[in-house]
Design a protein around this ligand. Structure first.
Ligand code: DAH
Length: 358
């Protein structure tokens, strides 16, 4: 092996190696090219192994030439590596491109239940007059649901609210100890909330108590065993029935139209004196008389009255100094009137086709 032939071989190896590097299509192929030419068992090593057979004077020159070939090829490998990384990135960017001009996927939005929405509307109107929402328990005692509201155990008005009692030790289902004040029941109205508020808060009081009530009912299109009420209570010095009327007109006008006629009718509740029923002109026939209003032209939307002195006293308030009014409305009924819903059972069936309409 002479010097010339080794230098020729090196030159030829370099040009083949550079061509192979340029042809490498991916990082794996590039690695293979590098190993084949520069590796420990590669072609460059094989040529340089021949140096030992050259005259000693020539060896450094050939060694330097071999090194130069190695550096050139390494530089080419590195450059090709960068280029391949860049190509890979470009390919990925093209494949994973996001088109920000595409319309987004719509979120399915729910809506408020019509009874809740109606309750909130009433709360919004009365909130403007300083009324604040309180919560009160769904499980009550006989004392609060009845006795504190001036309905003693033998009072005939109990029949209206005969209800669902909890199965408790010490109370038989038929009689024994039935009207003991501590006996628990599912509240039949939100009125016991009046007592809670009066016992907690000194006058002046302006309270709203929305919530669920329960009654033992034969369920039909207009009666549920579970329904909502919204109780109102105002206690202050100099509170009159006139204040109550003005306030209720605001609610009626917000819900049923600004010109809707309203009226008070005498009513009876043990916990108010005097008691009234509050009617709005029938929203279906506009007062002419139709089956929905039983041909009276009016629809009753709530009961109300001046808080009975006994009830004030049971709430810890001096009836000589303070007066108050209270009202209890049925948001279910009011939502039915507002939206022309003809079956109260729809409210609790959770059929989205019904609920989506509001
Ligand atoms: N609690 C009564 C009922 O369930 C409604 C009611 C009437 C509430 C008159 C009141 C009121 O606060 O003053 O039928």
């Amino acid at each position: 092996m002479d010097l010339r032939s080794i230098e020729e071989q090196l030159g030829e190896l370099e040009s083949r190696a550079l061509a192979a590097v340029a042809d490498a299509a991916d990082p794996d192929a590039l690695k293979q090219v590098e190993v084949a030419f520069l590796g420990r068992k590669g072609e460059l090593k094989a040529i340089l192994d021949g140096i030992g057979r050259l005259p000693a004077d020539d060896r450094p020159r050939v060694g330097a030439a071999g090194n130069a070939v190695k550096q050139h090829v390494l530089a080419a490998v590195e450059a090709r590596g960068h280029r391949l990384d860049q190509i890979a990135l470009e390919v990925r960017l093209a494949a994973e491109r996001v088109d920000p001009t595409l319309p987004g996927r719509p979120l399915r939005r729910g809506s408020l239940h019509p009874v809740i929405e109606t309750t909130r509307e009433i709360v919004r109107v009365l909130g403007q007059f300083g009324f604040v929402v309180y919560e009160s328990p769904e499980v009550e005692t006989d004392e609060l649901n009845f006795q504190a509201l001036n309905i003693p155990p033998d009072h005939p008005a109990r029949d209206l609210w005969d209800t669902l009692y909890l199965d408790e030790r010490g109370f038989d289902s038929d009689g024994q100890g039935q009207e003991a004040p501590t006996r628990h029941l599912l509240r039949t109205h939100t009125s016991p909330g009046q007592i809670h508020v009066m016992r907690q808060t000194p006058p002046p009081i302006r309270a709203l108590l929305p919530g669920r009530c329960f009654r033992y009912e034969n369920v039909d299109a207009s009666h549920g065993f579970e329904f909502f009420q919204l109780e109102g209570l105002m206690v202050d010095e100099g509170t009159t029935l006139g204040h109550l009327r003005g306030l209720l007109d605001e609610v009626a006008h917000a819900l049923f139209g600004a010109r809707r006629p309203t009226r008070f009718r005498p009513g009876y509740y043990p916990f108010t004196e005097p008691s009234v029923a509050f009617d709005v002109q029938c929203v279906i026939c506009e007062g002419r008389g139709c089956p929905a209003c039983k041909r009276t032209g009016w629809m009753t939307i709530l009961g109300a009255g001046m808080v009975h002195p006994v009830v004030l006293r049971n709430g810890g308030i001096d009836p000589e100094r303070y007066q108050g009014f209270a009202f209890g409305m049925g948001p279910d009924r009011m939502a039915m009137l507002r939206y022309g819903i003809d079956d109260i059972r729809e409210f609790l069936t959770n059929d989205v086709r019904f609920l989506e309409q509001f």
